[in-house]
Design a protein around this ligand. Sequence first.
Ligand SMILES: [Fe+2]
Length: 293
Amino acid sequence: MAGKHTGGSPEFDLSDVVDLGRYPIDLPQSPAFERLLADLRRDLAEDGCAILPGFANAQGVAALVKEAEQLSCFAHLSTSRTNAYFSKDDPSLPFEHPVRQFYDRSNGFIPADRFGPNSPLRRLYEAAEFMPFIRAALEEPEHRFFRYDDPLADVIINMVEEGEGFPWHFDTNTYTVTLAIQNPEEGGVFEYAPNLRSARDENFGGVARVLAGQNPQVRSIDLQPGDLQIFRGRHSLHRVTAMRGARRRYVGIFSFVETKGMCGGVERTRQLYGRVLPRHHQRARLRSDGLKD
Ligand SMILES: [Fe+2]
């Protein structure tokens, strides 16, 4: 059988979760793999976002939904007022500045330390084939591509319930890879403004236009369960619109970073997970760029 996992538990077979016929990430020397990479690289170059529809097969999606339901009681539900940078207000700036625009955020994250070694989500994240594939798609060198070293956030599930969404924000980590697990009955749509800022330019003017609903570059994607998304979330402002209906929205989030040992900031981690571990304090100084959190 194709796709034997070479790390972690020996009985895990990648084909239990991934549609390897369509996405042969287990055959990196194959022409099909090369074609897949070329498509993803083109999409990422154009707007910082690539979608792999049906990356997780039906069996995989069913296992992931089951896991999400079982662990949903551990989600940290939080409600707060946050800006796009997850930072505090800065009264020295003009009132209309993006840093001073705060929105209600209300949703839940099932933290990474709830996904044990047998979790299908963690097994995919840690599968020997997965990270090299994502790295190749992003065209990153080996010395600049690592799993997020955050015990609360390396692989998580975002859980959204009726009336909730996630307001406009930039991610702390450069690359975010998400897997749609379950959709709500209505809403919960992903919207983003491609490459709105860079490591050298915050582009506050552009951010202000998106926040005001005045940017025609904003795109929306209707992701289906099983779809994998590769996204440069540190430079593209994005949000999830409010959802409707009883069925929760579940999205798995796999994080990769360019600096070994990088983990989330203290303030942001406390907001999203309700607790902070010693590692968050210890590694706060390892951040490699000067952007706001
Ligand atoms: Fe995000």
